[in-house]
Write a protein that binds this ligand. Structure first.
Ligand SMILES: [Zn+2]
Length: 293
């Protein structure tokens, strides 16, 4: 399979639902729109998969038939730094999501690692890493192949700065790098103003995790509103009052020869995913048109 940047929505687009489509129809409908990625949302799940195995397998078959890359977002109810019973329940939730992700053949199961709570940041990170090592070992023991995808987070009280996510990727086996650019923008109070601001993140990743990990990262993207605490709300790409601009990231994708899977988390999911794809194509044409590029 040739490697190229893929685009798709986080969850079934509202219009598909209005048309009476079910989750299993989603890969075909995305393909008809020119999209080729889909992040299944298991975000309200508890300690058991809340999709039947046969339905998950059918979704996976449809995705492969339509060449749509599947990922899955695991439960929001995860905190790997909390009290012992909270951590144990969080680990079971991660295993439940990974089990369903494997049924689908999803390549990564994305999740939010946890909260600092009353702990020092270093201690919180260490606690997360040791819990994730146990999850990774348990997944291996159960033969689960999906990768663990801890995501960069957008609020000051959440574990998930780019440095923390890099550290987890370095220390835990079977991880996939997941960068939410909107979250980073919100966490650092609107940091991405030029493509150089994003290039610095790409360079750091390349230095610490290598070129291959950089090029094949899994991304979330949308414009985002923030407060002093960080992320407040996701916005559409057309809203000029908010950042970051996808065009900045498109330049970095081309400069570094990246082929990420781009999951659009704007309120108009697939519509903005298509816009992102068009923007990347436009920037590509502009660069090729410039003999110095
Ligand atoms: Zn997320």
């Amino acid at each position: 399979m040739s490697e190229h940047t893929r685009f798709g929505p986080a969850g079934v687009p509202p219009m598909f639902r209005l048309l009476g489509a079910s989750t299993v129809d989603t890969p075909r409908l995305l393909r008809e729109e020119g999209l080729d990625a889909f992040e299944y949302q298991g975000v309200r799940w508890g300690e058991k998969p809340q999709i039947k195995q046969q339905d998950a397998m059918r979704l996976g078959e449809e995705a492969r038939k339509n060449d749509v890359r599947l990922s899955m977002h695991g439960s929001y109810y995860i905190n790997l730094t909390g009290k012992r019973d909270v951590v144990e329940a969080s680990k079971r939730r991660l295993i439940a999501a990974a089990t369903a992700a494997d049924w689908m053949g999803a390549y990564v199961m994305v999740f939010h690692t946890g909260f600092y709570g009353k702990f020092e940041k270093d201690y919180a990170l260490k606690t997360c890493i040791s819990a994730l090592k146990e999850v990774s070992a348990e997944m291996k023991a159960q033969g689960l192949k999906v990768k663990l995808g801890p995501e960069t987070m957008g609020r000051k009280f959440q574990v998930g700065s780019i440095d923390e996510i890099i550290a987890i990727n370095q220390q835990v086996e079977n991880t996939q790098l997941v960068v939410d650019w909107g979250h980073l923008h919100a966490l650092h109070q609107g940091t991405f103003k030029t493509s150089d601001d994003m290039r610095k993140i790409a360079q750091k990743i390349e230095e610490q995790l290598g070129t291959q990990t950089l090029r094949s990262m899994h991304c979330h993207f949308s414009k985002i509103e923030f407060t002093a605490q960080g992320e407040k709300r996701h916005h559409t790409l057309d809203e000029a009052a908010f950042g970051p601009e996808f065009r900045l990231l498109a330049e970095v994708i081309l400069d570094f020869g990246m082929h990420p899977t781009m999951i659009c988390e704007s309120p108009i999911l697939d519509v903005d995913a298509r816009k992102m794809k068009e923007t990347l194509e436009q920037v590509m044409i502009e660069k090729q048109g410039n003999p110095k590029a």
